[in-house]
Design a protein around this ligand. Structure first.
Ligand SMILES: C[S@@+](CC[C@H](N)C(=O)[O-])C[C@H]1O[C@@H](n2cnc3c(N)ncnc32)[C@H](O)[C@@H]1O
Length: 306
């Protein structure tokens, strides 16, 4: 059962970033419960429209409900944001005025115990955004060789105790539930930790199960293919691995030449395609964090297509 609705993070900032206008065309690549999408549809009324995508059929169900009042102005599809170019071409919608990506997982996913994202509730080790995709967290935990598991936890969880954790997991196999995994991870780490000891390991598994970083790398250049000149791209990330990919893409695409600085003549022929609107990311204000603690690590970066 879905426990709690998702509060859209940095809601006003997303609307200010995209400056939706009538009759603009927008993409919400991570539509979730439709919070940001609703704001965009309100702001581009009466004729602006929005394509909302999500890989999670349960999220789409909620989005359909939230966005029902907007009728055909909201087109929803169960698909990855990496399919946006194809879907927009099929709809005959490109070029696009604005794209929002609100990365990571929603409160509904985290708070639905049987999805297996949370180390606070007993559940099977699942963690798939799309329940039809083949790989579950339990498959990684119970089959990966110890060194690969350690690398995964180190790389995607930025977890300094990754090797100790991987050793403890391999010794405790088979591990099939969230709480069992959380207990094994806790036993492998020093007692005093600032955050819950399983936070980074769960993050690492979730990223791998859903291929999250590859998906981000894949979608970033696609956004350039569909945005019109002056169109805006707004991306909210929740941890440094995501934010780094976005930051580096924005930096690279806002430069006219990518040759090494000491090279006297440009040979790369690269031309800037984006202008960074935010040199530093926008973060939630205190009031938002107090009202929605899950917003605390959000970072919003905005760029404009040249
Ligand atoms: C933080 S939530 C978005 C919440 C949404 N902005 C709202 O206001 O309700 C992130 C959503 O992205 C979805 N998601 C994750 N990876 C995706 C992908 N590659 N393509 C499409 N959706 C994805 C998740 O299933 C989740 O519903």
């Amino acid at each position: 059962m879905v426990q709690s609705p998702h509060q859209p993070v940095l809601y006003q900032d997303i609307i200010l970033a995209l400056q939706p206008k009538n009759p603009g065309q927008y993409v919400d690549g991570t539509v979730g419960a439709g919070g940001h999408a609703r704001g965009i549809l309100e702001a581009c009324a009466p004729d602006g429209r929005l394509l909302g995508l999500d890989v999670d059929p349960q999220a789409l169900k909620l989005a359909r409900k939230t966005l029902a009042p907007y009728g055909k102005r909201a087109h929803l599809a169960q698909a990855s944001y990496t399919e946006m170019v194809m879907i927009l071409a099929e709809l005959g919608w490109d070029p696009i005025d604005g794209i929002v990506l609100d990365l990571g997982l929603s409160s509904m996913q985290l708070d639905t115990p049987e999805r297996g994202f949370s180390f606070q509730h007993e559940a099977p080790l699942d963690m798939r955004f799309d329940p039809a995709s083949p790989l579950r967290a339990a498959d990684l935990v119970n089959t990966l060789p110890q060194d690969e598991l350690a690398n995964l936890i180190f790389r995607y969880g930025e977890e300094r105790y990754a090797r100790r954790i991987a050793r403890a997991i391999v010794q405790a196999r088979p591990i099939n539930s969230t709480l069992a995994l959380a207990a094994v991870v806790k036993s492998a780490k020093p007692a005093r930790q600032r955050v819950h000891p399983a936070t980074q390991t769960f993050q690492a598994l979730r990223i791998k199960v859903n291929n999250e970083l590859d998906q981000i790398e894949e979608v970033l250049p696609q956004t350039l293919m569909v945005l019109k000149a002056g169109g805006r791209l707004a991306i909210i990330s929740f941890h440094s691995l995501e934010d780094r990919l976005v930051k580096e893409f924005f930096r690279r695409e806002s430069r006219d030449c990518l040759c090494p600085p000491k090279q006297p003549v440009c040979t790369c022929g690269h031309h800037a395609t984006l202008k960074e609107v935010t040199k530093k990311p926008i973060t939630p204000r205190k009031a938002e964090i107090n009202a929605n603690p899950r917003a605390r690590s959000a970072k919003l970066r905005i760029a404009e297509k040249l």
